[in-house]
Design a protein around this ligand. Sequence first.
Ligand SMILES: NC(=O)c1ccc[n+]([C@@H]2O[C@H](COP(=O)([O-])OP(=O)(O)OC[C@H]3O[C@@H](n4cnc5c(N)ncnc54)[C@H](O)[C@@H]3O)[C@@H](O)[C@H]2O)c1
Ligand SMILES: N[C@H](CO)Cc1c[nH]c[nH+]1
Ligand SMILES: [Zn+2]
Length: 430
Amino acid sequence: MKVYNYSDLNKQDIERLVQRNVDPANEIRAVVEEVIANVREYGDDALIGYAKKFDKVDLDKLYLDKDELAELATTLSDDQKSALQTAYNNIYKFHQTQVKAEDRVETMPGVSCWREARPIEKVGLYIPGGSAVLPSTFLMLGIPARIAGCHEIVVCSPPQKNGKVNAFIAYVAGLLGVERIYLAGGAQAIAAMAYGTKSISKVDKIFGPGNQFVTKAKTIIQSTTTTAIDMPAGPSEVLVIADETANSAYIAADLLAQAEHGIDSQSILVSTSSKILTDAIAEVELQLGVLPRAEIARQAIDNSYAVLVNDLNEAITFSNTYAPEHLILATEYWQQITGSIINAGSVFLGNLTPESAGDYASGTNHTLPTSAYARAYSGVSVDSFVKKITFQHITPEGIQNIGPAVEILAEMEGLHAHKNAVSVRLNDNQ
Ligand SMILES: NC(=O)c1ccc[n+]([C@@H]2O[C@H](COP(=O)([O-])OP(=O)(O)OC[C@H]3O[C@@H](n4cnc5c(N)ncnc54)[C@H](O)[C@@H]3O)[C@@H](O)[C@H]2O)c1
Ligand SMILES: N[C@H](CO)Cc1c[nH]c[nH+]1
Ligand SMILES: [Zn+2]
């Protein structure tokens, strides 16, 4: 892992360091555009072709129904069911708190305004299944969709080698009351949910993380169709801020936890202590030796780096520029710095809060903005699955109060029909 000294870095160096997942020659875009065009033209046939090409599976049918899912789910042990249930309960509990009616406000006597939430009717959930199958992502997307009350939930996940989804995904479908899973992965699944095919309904909004093909497809369909997306949620990232109170073995474990997601994951260490930094890098090498996914993690670690800073303020400044998906504050002094965090998807406080807890079961959502999008986007929540509609009501007293100002404002803009819509009411309600 390469080490930089923050004091030696100029603005351009930092800009270069925080850049990730760029597609300079538009290679990913070219592949994804072709996939999208084929799904638009050939629908289900294209999905079956891509399952063969990318997932190496011959599909005779594009989905698994309720009975097939229930049958697959019978193989789980009691411990596995109980762990999924714990995750379900905690995620549900945390997301349920996000449902709150908003206050009605009387902006002037007789003029009332308020907002009400309505579920997005048709949503599409993408559950990754390439390098690892992620039932936890199904919980993270399905629970807020259910709490919001979305009417139709379309679920796509890449087919596994046996032409099915794995048993854990099937079990989560039962927990969420999802009766069908479409066997489609990658950009083709995103295109199918954005345009619709014979089997798969077009949805209003697509949710879920994925690799660079999935993320690129989401950003393309967002600007070319009427289907919205949650956010660009691509390859996983973690940035660990550590001082002399941190534990180097814990830091290494956290860096590797994200590195094992994929070769394009990033695990960044920013430390005020050169001892902790050196020890943590040595620990990464030790722990890598016993990881089953060591090959993947090794490549991700080689694409990552560490930065030695002078103090925690410099560490936070770098982190805010990087805008990590996950930020771990590996310091006993975390309470002194949380207020300075401006850009991050989700934050893990102190030495005993591993990111894995949030990835699976603390209750917060793990579908989070990557690639610096945490500067502007939030992670998935119940809010992501609703629209907030504004309402206003004006009484006879209210029209007298607000009318004259609106008439003048309409005149200022030269929009006389606007002014008249108020004037006719003022005249009738003197
Ligand atoms: N940001 C988040 O919130 C978050 C959460 C969980 C996972 N993740 C990330 O999700 C990603 C999951 O990636 P994954 O690959 O394991 O699964 P995936 O389901 O995203 O992608 C698998 C699909 O990619 C397509 N594909 C593979 N190679 C291709 C190629 N050469 N050309 C075109 N399409 C191709 C295939 O159709 C395959 O079905 C990881 O990078 C992980 O870090 C992010
Ligand atoms: N770290 C991922 C989000 O970037 C979420 C996840 C799922 N399973 C394990 N981890
Ligand atoms: Zn993870």
